[in-house]
Write a protein of this length. Structure first.
Length: 185
């Protein structure tokens, strides 16, 4: 009887593990076969010929903006060493009005776009995430690091809508238009 009980338990454990792993494997295969390509291109209408008006600072938006509000911000691509999310149309930006001591002529910072010379208590209230959404309301799978207009330290005027705000420190802007005011170099 002991042999049968051990065998039965082993059989049930094996079936349980197989059932747990089976949906995960199928889900991965489905995602890989039907998901968008990593080379999705940005919409042609995204880049604007003229700067949108009505710029508001990121700090002001963090204090009052609600999800869905239409906004315009003037920003610098940066705020972190890795400003772009790999294979997603998402980037970190920082308010263009914030001084960046890392770009001073006598400062030889190797990554001036991360604003490492600015204290965190000044940097964080002025940072936001910008994403470019596809028709499915998810960030496109484009690699923004390869877009010439969107290099670290580029100054942009972005129009869009405020995304979900889980707390007052988080600001995500769903970009609908980007005007390139200047590029480094």
């Amino acid at each position: 009887m002991k042999k049968m009980t051990c065998h039965t338990v082993a059989l049930f454990v094996g079936l349980g593990v197989a059932l747990l792993l089976s949906p995960a494997c199928r889900k991965t295969e489905d995602t890989q076969s039907t998901g968008p390509s990593a080379s999705t291109t940005l919409p042609a209408s995204l880049f604007l010929d003229a700067s949108p008006e009505g710029v508001t600072s990121i700090a002001s938006l963090k204090a009052s903006a609600q999800e869905g509000d239409a906004v315009v911000v003037k920003v610098v691509v940066g705020g972190r060493k890795q400003t772009f999310v790999a294979n997603r149309a998402v980037m970190t930006v920082i308010d263009a009005a914030l001084d960046n001591p890392c770009t001073a002529e006598d400062d030889h910072c190797p990554t001036p776009w991360d604003y490492c010379c600015t204290p965190p208590e000044q940097r964080l209230p002025n940072m936001a995430s910008v994403q470019i959404l596809g028709p499915d309301a998810r960030a496109l799978t484009a690699d923004l690091n390869t877009v010439a207009e969107l290099k670290p330290l580029s100054v942009l005027v972005i129009q869009g809508t405020v995304g979900p705000r889980p707390d007052d420190t988080t600001l995500t802007i769903n970009a609908t238009g980007i005007y390139v005011a200047s590029r480094p170099g």
